[in-house]
Design a protein around this ligand. Structure first.
Ligand code: AMP
Ligand code: MG
Length: 424
């Protein structure tokens, strides 16, 4: 892939301080190096859920295939209607799946049900609420005024014409897409293969669950949140466990991971205190930049390539892992996975119910609960916001996104909110 920058140039590019990289710039920079994985599989339709289309879905048929009714009512000829009321003779019925099969002539009508094929001769459907049934045998149907030509008729091909692109390459197959593809009679689709993502935690203080904690030790939680987020994104996850802060062991882990995976993700070891040591290692193995991102939480971050694998070095703090994953890794994985265009992540405006202390010059992601009150969105902060406090993530349904230029937020001020959806 031709890219305007090499990865290591990012740390000395001219118009920003490499010691404090704005969130948007880092994201844009990373995205420059990403292109979809090679590898496409044909899968049965149901197995495509959550995967990404690797070829356009072309409609082999008109949808709907036949002119049909959008209502229960009567199929009539508009030209038969007179001013005031009109009485027509019902000569048959068209059910969904069981067409009438004959045409209707002058002053005739046919009973019709939703989805029923509109008989030849008819051009308009009158809903049953606007009709009165009369006559000895109940076949004289009287319609009131105010009918519009062609109303309640669904035309063949009005959703989709045969030969048209129903869904383009790059679309994520969700429930609606499963149904849409099925409605075309297609039972097998081409999708990109899942990404292989290897990840491990670094830190001498980490203990695997199932073992007792010694003094100063903590349980490794990041591998569990990463497992969750990666699995929710449809990746094939390769959990490589905890790797000690030991150069030889770390080097071997980086090499192994980069050989078996498209993407390598680590947590911990990229903060100022530890970065130099990991930095040296990765300089040997690949091309990696270490940033201090102008954000909170999640200041330290590394990105680069180790061999052919993309590498994300996330911070160690559990909340930072989730925030940086959401802000950087999520989109990157989508691009690698072939998603195009990236789905819009809407920012909502909400009234913040409490004051928030905030220094300008960095983007902050406070964890919040978004709710509707008095017809408008409100958001409250989920208590303690320390970057180690996972409860703040667990209680949240959104990030309150306080942009670079924003300072302290007063109670009642309007803030931007990013809804947590699909990943966390
Ligand atoms: P580091 O970025 O390695 O300096 O780690 C920052 C903080 O996150 C430290 O308090 C670590 O103990 C903690 N931490 C690092 N890795 C993990 C992990 N896998 N699970 C839970 N906490 C972690
Ligand atoms: Mg560490």
């Amino acid at each position: 892939m031709n890219t305007p920058l090499t990865i290591t140039e990012a740390s000395c590019a001219d118009d920003y301080d490499p010691n404090s990289m704005p969130v948007d710039k880092a994201r844009t920079f990373i995205n420059t190096f990403l292109s979809p994985v090679n590898g496409v599989a044909r899968v049965a339709l149901r197995s495509a859920l959550g995967r990404v289309l690797a070829a356009d879905i072309i409609s082999p048929v008109n949808v709907p295939a036949h002119r049909n009714s959008a209502m229960d009512g009567w199929a009539i000829r508009f030209a038969d209607l007179q001013a005031g009321t009109t009485t027509l003779t019902e000569i048959g019925a068209s059910f969904a799946g069981v067409p009438f099969g004959k045409s209707i002539g002058t002053n005739e009508c046919a009973r019709i049900f939703t989805g029923g094929v509109v008989p030849d001769g008819a051009d308009t459907i009158i809903m049953q609420e606007r009709a009165q049934v009369g006559g000895i045998n109940g076949k004289s149907i009287t319609f009131s005024d105010g009918i519009v030509f062609s109303q309640n008729v669904r035309h063949a091909g009005e959703d989709l014409k045969a030969g048209a692109v129903a869904l383009a390459t790059g679309r994520i197959v969700r429930s609606a897409e499963l149904g849409l593809i099925a409605s075309l009679g297609i039972g097998e689709v081409s999708v990109y293969r899942p990404l292989r993502v290897a990840f491990f935690s670094t830190g001498d203080e980490l203990v695997q669950i199932g073992n007792p904690l010694g003094e100063g030790q903590i349980y490794d939680s990041n591998r569990y949140t990463l497992h969750g987020m990666l699995t929710r994104m449809g990746a094939d996850v390769i959990d490589m466990g905890v790797v000690r802060d030991n150069p030889a062991v770390l080097e071997a882990a980086f090499i192994d991971a980069s050989k078996i995976a498209d993407v390598v993700i680590t947590s911990g070891g990229v903060s100022v205190g530890e970065a130099d040591y990991v930095k040296g290692l990765l300089q040997k193995l690949g091309e990696v930049v270490f940033w201090k991102i102008a954000m909170k939480p999640g200041r330290p971050l590394a990105y680069g390539k180790i061999g052919d694998a993309h590498f994300f070095g996330l911070p160690g703090n559990p909340v930072s892992v989730m925030v940086t994953f959401y802000q950087f890794v999520r989109d990157a994985l989508m691009i690698l996975q072939g998603v195009s265009p990236l789905p819009v992540q809407p920012l909502l405006k909400a009234v913040c119910t409490s004051p928030i202390k905030k220094a300008p010059g960095r983007t902050e992601f406070q964890r919040g609960v978004l709710y509707l009150e008095d017809g408008g969105f409100k958001v409250r902060v989920t208590g303690e916001q320390g970057s180690g406090i996972l409860k703040s993530m667990s209680d949240a349904n959104c990030f309150i996104m306080l942009h670079d230029n924003v300072g302290n937020v007063a109670a009642g001020a309007t803030v931007d909110v990013q809804i947590l959806e699909g990943v966390v």
